[in-house]
Design a protein around this ligand. Sequence first.
Ligand code: CO
Length: 303
Amino acid sequence: MRDENEGEESREEILEKYRFAGRILAEIREEAIKRTDVGVPHIEIAEFVERRARDKGAAPAFPCNISVNEEASHATPSAGDETVFKEGDIVKLDMGVHIDGYIADTAVTVDLSGDGKHESLINAAEVALRDAIAVVRDGVRVEKISEVIEHAIKNAGFKPIVNLTGHGLRRFNPHAPPSIPNIRHQGSAVLREGDVVAIEPFATDGIGRVSEGGKVEIYRLENLKPVRLQSARRLLTEIMEFQGLPFAKRWLKTPHPDGILRMLVRDGILHAYPVLREEGRGRVSQAEHTIIVLDDGCEIITE
Ligand code: CO
């Protein structure tokens, strides 16, 4: 915690909130894995994850991302979406909860092939995550973590996705610096004791890059500015309740033609998160934990 926006709370009080968020999220992740199966609608899992967060005394930090096959992230069902999981799917569940703005973030990949077809790809991301976590301690360079991730994924015979990264977590900010790339790079960022970061390797048998698709289901309030249109003002009033965290279009109760969301994005008021797809249409696996950096290692809060 290098910044001041956490107010009056002590460092230990803040870390306790992170730990509580992590504990809740780990339970929800395991419950969600058990429910993810062929024939189950995506929206059932997304709504389950988001509802369980509230049941357990937390709140979703962002919509549950359910990204299938060549989708890497930022997919979440729309309202009334009837898409179901299919046999052969490789499913990334990426979820977050917060306590008072302190966020835990975790992801897992589920193999619905029935014959373990995706196992080695899934293992590649998991081994990369484990190896990366093993090198974290006060003073570790972010480029070291990236190098370990790249090595583990390539060693398993796959490619790391070059334009997806892990990230820091700050109060009400699920994508704070530093970013933690999945490939070797040169940078000066160093992790310090007390930093809270999410490490999330992505592996693929495609070309190793993602690009933005046209579909957008997730947004975030970026820069509140006065708007003239009354319907847009009403919508923004509801959006402010999300406290700057990403939200799903299906969460909105205020009637809103898609044109209004597009206008708010164009005016720089909302940030849009289009679905990210592997450019070579390869399969994608992901593994993610949130950790607190310690003097001589780290504490995994989402295990
Ligand atoms: Co994350």
